[in-house]
Design a binder for this molecule. Structure first.
Ligand code: GTP
Ligand code: MG
Length: 461
């Protein structure tokens, strides 16, 4: 590896979330963990952490100068079979700000240093316990907002993507070896595979890489969520729609137009997709300064929204307000809702269809909760845009970038292989593709890239 990080020091952090809790865990990793634990831990059975076997738990007290700080359970994991690959000691103590900070302080005084965010996982990577794809999956798992995002993160942590990349890498190696043998010993008649066979092999690698790239959207959706903004003129049922999707009376609903004056944002999961749902002030003629400010916020939200739910009141005729709003969201991805279909229909469906370029509308009655399943389906379709979601794996933006780079080099390699030109060019491009893959798994990585990845972690992970 092209960089070196001093790892002879021993790091410590409170690994559980801040605040009060039943228990908390203070974690220490590094060559002096057991020695430091020996100093602060006193067991009624007289056990010393440095003397006990790996993966065992012991009851005792954390003490300093004869003062008991807490009764704890201490777990020992010896190198290399630990999360970080180093000697690790975990102290499970009573969860309270004072207790955890006294223990942390004591370990710092005894020779450990405070861990940086993500430093435990960074050490796991540097010690070869996990690759970079798995390290990133740890963050995904911690941040997962839906079960589906959690499932994806766990599969990546288990190596589902790492294995695929490894397989692609091996396939490239096979081709590269054949090409290089032909360059070095052209006369040996080493049965160099015919050009057609080489390009067929490269083609199959290209398809694998293209597939991985195609999962990037799902990755982005599950990791970052999707911002969905509900808009329409006043009183059409926007807040009712938010409440219906949340199944909670979150926003105030009244029959007075202009009820909502500020944007309201809530997280909701639909089909495992984390959506950030925004209810907005209706767009139309502003009556007062509050409404003017509210509408400014609505417009800002529309800008930021990935998907816009455009709500119409089917029980009244189309108005200029409706027409203006349609223009405002013209270049946005929209889901059209015709609400209040429990009332007699007054809206001009023909005109609306023309204005919306015949985009399909979902008919709802939020009064009687009709049309919710159709609405959710339309939202789901808007998120996936027809692409079949639910791959078993999904790459991150960082991974996608390197895959794109690898793909470019593979395509070059294929054209030179097919043209039967000098093998040197093909070999160079194949090496370039390998390089891209190695940046994904971290076989090749620079210190600042690592810092960028691990700084997204919390302290103690
Ligand atoms: N009959 C009927 N009334 C509805 C329906 N949906 C909402 N309403 C009523 O329409 C009125 C306005 O609903 P809201 O959800 O506050 O509408 P809004 O678009 O948020 O309105 P503003 O915040 O003022 O822009 C309320 O009286 C709701 O009870 C529906 O499907 N059918
Ligand atoms: Mg409202």
């Amino acid at each position: 590896m092209s960089f070196m990080v001093p790892r002879e020091d021993t790091i410590v952090a409170i690994s559980t979330a801040a605040g009060e809790g039943g228990i908390a865990v203070v974690r220490m990793s590094g060559p002096r963990s057991l020695e430091i634990a020996d100093v602060v831990f006193s067991s009624p059975a007289g056990k010393k952490p440095s003397m006990v076997p790996s993966h065992t738990v012991h009851f005792g007290y954390i003490e300093v100068n004869g003062e008991r700080i807490d009764g704890v359970l201490l777990t020992v994991f010896r190198a290399p079979a630990s999360y970080t690959g180093e000697d690790v000691v975990e102290i499970s103590c009573h969860g309270g700000t004072l207790v955890t900070h006294r223990i942390l302080g004591l370990l710092l005084d005894s020779g450990a240093r405070l861990a940086e965010p993500g430093e435990f996982t960074k050490r796991a990577f540097l010690n070869g316990r996990i690759d970079l794809v798995q390290a990133e999956a740890v963050i995904d798992l911690i941040r997962a907002k839906t079960d589906r995002a959690r499932g994806l993160a766990l599969r990546l942590l288990d190596g589902a993507l790492s294995e695929r990349i490894q397989a692609i890498r091996e396939n490239i190696m096979v081709v590269l070896t054949a090409v290089e043998a032909d360059i070095e010993f052209p006369e040996e008649g080493l049965e160099a595979p015919p050009a057609g066979e080489l390009s067929a092999r490269i083609d199959s690698v290209i398809r694998d890489v293209e597939f991985l790239i195609s999962t990037a959207r799902e990755g982005r959706v599950l990791r970052e969520g999707v911002k969905v903004v509900i808009t329409g003129k006043p009183n059409v049922g926007k807040s009712s729609l938010l409440n219906a999707l949340l199944q909670e009376k979150r926003a105030i609903v009244t029959s007075i137009p202009g009820t909502t004056t500020d944007t309201i944002e809530e997280i909701v999961a639909i089909d495992g997709i984390p959506l950030s749902l925004v209810d907005t002030a209706g767009l139309g003629k502003a009556g007062n300064i509050i409404q003017i400010e509210g509408m400014k916020r609505t417009e800002a939200s529309i800008e930021e929204g990935t998907i816009i739910i455009l709500v119409f009141d089917a029980s009244i005729p189309l108005s200029d307000e409706d027409r203006e709003i349609i223009e405002k969201v013209r270049n946005k991805k929209t889901v059209v809702v015709l609400n209040k279909v429990d009332l007699p229909e007054k809206i001009d469906i023909e005109e609306l269809a023309v204005l919306l370029c015949h985009e399909k509308a979902v008919k709802t009655s939020l009064e009687s909760m009709r049309g919710m399943a159709e609405l959710k389906k339309a939202m789901r379709d808007a998120v996936w845009e027809g692409a079949g979601p639910e791959s078993r794996i999904a790459v991150s933006e960082r991974q996608r970038k390197h895959l794109e780079a690898a793909l470019g080099r593979l395509r070059e390699a294929r054209s030179s292989a097919a043209a039967g030109t000098s093998g040197e060019f093909t070999a160079m491009d194949l090496k370039g593709a390998l390089d891209g893959l190695d940046r994904i798994t971290g076989r090749k990585v620079t210190g600042d890239i690592l810092d960028r990845i691990f700084s997204r972690f919390c302290i103690g992970k």
